[in-house]
Structures are given as structure tokens and as C-alpha cells.
Design a protein around this ligand. Structure first.
Ligand code: 3PG
Length: 206
């Protein structure tokens, strides 16, 4: 665990935020250690498995790791994620209920958006950092360029369908501060493999 600061600082901590689905709590800490060793400090643990909350607690013990919760869908999950020590919160979309609760809590918050209305709802809450999700299925780079044009203050972390091959094109876009992806910690990968994938990802130009 280390002091994360605000969401912009977190997004600028590295080119890629690993999106982690933890099935086996026994490997949570070593996966986090491997990612940090490879240069990726910001870790998004998705609340898609029962192991997510204990995984956040264990990964928080890894020096240098900035551990947050992803796939946070409502205020109840927000409270659970905060109680587990999450240092930031990511959601796939933006509801009023979750948005208000997250803003009120003061936690760095990265809600998902896929259209102008989503961004406008976020801006009404005082937000300007968003996850563009699902990035490829929602239209890829042309869609994000078109969406970003009217919202020149908004900054994005595209996630969903991004690969090591396509990440550089996304990172080259001005409003893109980082990308998210699960490819850096594939299911069943050894710690050595995760270090290698994380190192490659951490060296992508921003
Ligand atoms: C997410 O939850 O952000 C995405 O499912 C991650 O997408 P990816 O598996 O295509 O990287």
C-alpha cells in the first residue's frame, strides 16, 4: 500500500492498469508482487469473484502497490471495497447512486462511460476522469476521438479488448492517460511470465 493521491495521479502512474479477476486467493499476493516488480503499481481487482475483497487486503501488503476495486456496481459494493482498503474505485458504468456515494466518500473514482450522456452525468458530479468501456466494442479509437472532442477537459482510461499490439495507438491519444487490460496477468500464468508481461506493458510509451 502506498499513498495514491487523486485519480489523475493514479492514472499517470503507469501506461497500463492491470484488470485482475482473482479466482485463487493463494496466488493473489505473488501476482501483485510480480506486477509491481514488472513496473505496474496500480492494480484493479475486479469484484467479480468472492476472492476479490480478501485479494485486495492481501495485495495491499505488497510494498509499492496501489490497489483498487473494479467492477464496483453499487453503493453496497463501494462500502465493501472501501472497508477492504481499496485506494481507488473503478466501475463499468455510471449510476447516480454509485456516483454520488463515491464522490461523497472522497475516494479516487473512475467510472465507466460509453456515450456523451454518461460523460455529462459524470461532469454533473464534478468528475472528469473516465474509463472508456468497453473500448473496442463501443467503437474503438474513432469512437473515443469523437466522444472526447466536445469534452476537452475529460481524460480517459480505455479498457476492454485492448492488447499489447493496440495499446500504443490508444496511449498516443492526448486525452488518454492510461489503458486497462487483463492481458498482463492471464489465468494460470507463472509469476515470471507476469513480470515479463508487466515489464513490457510498463515500458509502453505514454
Ligand atoms: C474490464 O473489466 O475492464 C475488462 O473486462 C477488461 O477487458 P479485457 O479483458 O479485454 O482487457
Amino acid at each position: 500500500m502506498s499513498a495514491p493521491g487523486d485519480i489523475e495521479t493514479i492514472m499517470r502512474s503507469g501506461p497500463v492498469i492491470p484488470v485482475l479477476v482473482v479466482d485463487d486467493i493463494g496466488h493473489a499476493r505473488e501476482t501483485a508482487e510480480a506486477l509491481v516488480e514488472g513496473g505496474l503499481k496500480v492494480l484493479e481487482v475486479t469484484m467479480r469473484t468472492p476472492e476479490a475483497l480478501p485479494a485486495i487486503r492481501r495485495m495491499n501488503l505488497v510494498p509499492g502497490a496501489i490497489v483498487g476495486a473494479g467492477t464496483v456496481l453499487n453503493d453496497k459494493q463501494l462500502d465493501e471495497a472501501l472497508a477492504a482498503g481499496s485506494e481507488f474505485i473503478v466501475s463499468p458504468g455510471l449510476t447516480d447512486l454509485l456516483g454520488r456515494a463515491a464522490v461523497k466518500s472522497g475516494i479516487p473514482f473512475l467510472p465507466g462511460i460509453a456515450n456523451s450522456g454518461d460523460i455529462m452525468r459524470g461532469m454533473d458530479l464534478g468528475l472528469k476522469h473516465f474509463k472508456f468501456f468497453p473500448a473496442m466494442a463501443a467503437g474503438g479509437i474513432p469512437a473515443l476521438k469523437a466522444l472526447a472532442a466536445p469534452f476537452h477537459k475529460a481524460k480517459f482510461c480505455p479498457t476492454g479488448g485492448i492488447s499489447p499490439a493496440t495499446a500504443p495507438d490508444w496511449l498516443a491519444l492526448d486525452p488518454v492517460l492510461c489503458v486497462g487490460g487483463s492481458w498482463v496477468a492471464p489465468k494460470g500464468a507463472s509469476p515470471e511470465e507476469v513480470v515479463r508481461l508487466a515489464r513490457e506493458a510498463s515500458e509502453l510509451p505514454v
